[in-house]
Design a protein around this ligand. Sequence first.
Ligand code: CO
Length: 460
Amino acid sequence: MKKVLFTETILRDANQSLIATRLPFSEFEGILKTMDKAGYYSVECWGGATFDSSLRYMNEDPWEKLSNIKKNMPNTKLQMLLRGQNLLGYKHYPDDVVRKFVEKAVEHGMDIFRIFDALNDLRNIEIAMEETIKRGAHPSAAICFTTSPVHTIKRFAEMSKEMKKMGAQSICIKDMAGVMGPGEASDLVSAIKDSVDLPVILHTHCTTGLAYMTCLKAVEAGADVIDTATSCFSGGTSQPATETLSYALKQLGYEVNLNDDILTEVNSFFKPIRDKSISTGLLDPLVMATDTQALNYKIPGGMLSNLISQLKAQNSIHRLDEVLAETPKVREDFGYPPLVTPMSQMVGVQATNNVLQGERYKSLGKEAIAYCKGEYGTPPAPIADFLLKKVLGEEKTGTARFAETLEPMFEKTKEQLKGIARSDEDVLSYISFPSVAERFFEQRKEKEERKTKYTIEPID
Ligand code: CO
């Protein structure tokens, strides 16, 4: 019978989706050696928001954190989520930075790079893919799943062929909003399997309640790997539960090589952390529930809550229905971008402005202007003509890959940071999040000075 593999997401996506990525190394260190024996295909533990959150809120060096995870889990493949040319930030970096970042991540123990671009513009994942291959790690190319008149199963399947040509060793279907239904999963996995001879991975979220059905149908259609989270950190905006899917798939006769006793131990370890997070308010029990609004409005749950807070801040919550009606129109004008960071924010802000200012596109945000100029890549469909004229006048949208217009910056930044940055890793942290990294460097220094003072204290 067919084998199904599991990627455990507790350290990255479940952590990010439920408790705002606030899990410090010291809290999960004690379970890593056990997790190493569970039989996971991989453990997603880095990338996404973990890097920023480590530096910003937990005063941890993300690079050191990665090495320490590797030390405790030498037998399990470590996996990260990388936003292509954006790395872990929100803007495009020059190629030399992308290459250095991948090189250093591999040095610290990263095995699998899941690489995506918010617009599915494959030129934006090319450099990261190339470098991953060069460093001997596994490049997994991800398709951002979304629905629109231009997003067809056929087009996604074509994309998987392109990805294979670029050297992808597996294809991930990334349903960041949890809006993919079981029918779509079945059709999409089959179409990709028919197009490329590569392992297919399904990544989804439980937000709308579809995830278990979606995973099952994906597996039936031939998906090789599914993303799941240990049960106490599953459900809601997180992934479906590891134990539940393992149980169900085994019952259906699939080969699942997970150790049930270890899975129980892992869950028992994280339960008190979950309970503590609920009692401190870090984990809002509401995000663990099912919310089907994303299916009605066709926008991700996280985006809806952003729209609500934006409107509340401007005393205009009574205009929510108008903004919700405007959002799909803006998305259409923008050429149907998948509503994933940073496009979800850009479209949401524009829809709000269009409604509140009483005139559509009376003003455009800095990001939206850059987007129209082609600085984020090529949208799935052309941007509306009137919008392009408004932004560009007689100019033409840039057609070059945007990163090609950027000057190399790694060596230059390293030079600037002499005396502040101690390593190439520090330089990369700084390039990714300048002010946050700077504060981290200062605090690190202070901490060390305190330690030195203490250790030279006379003990007579
Ligand atoms: Co996700």
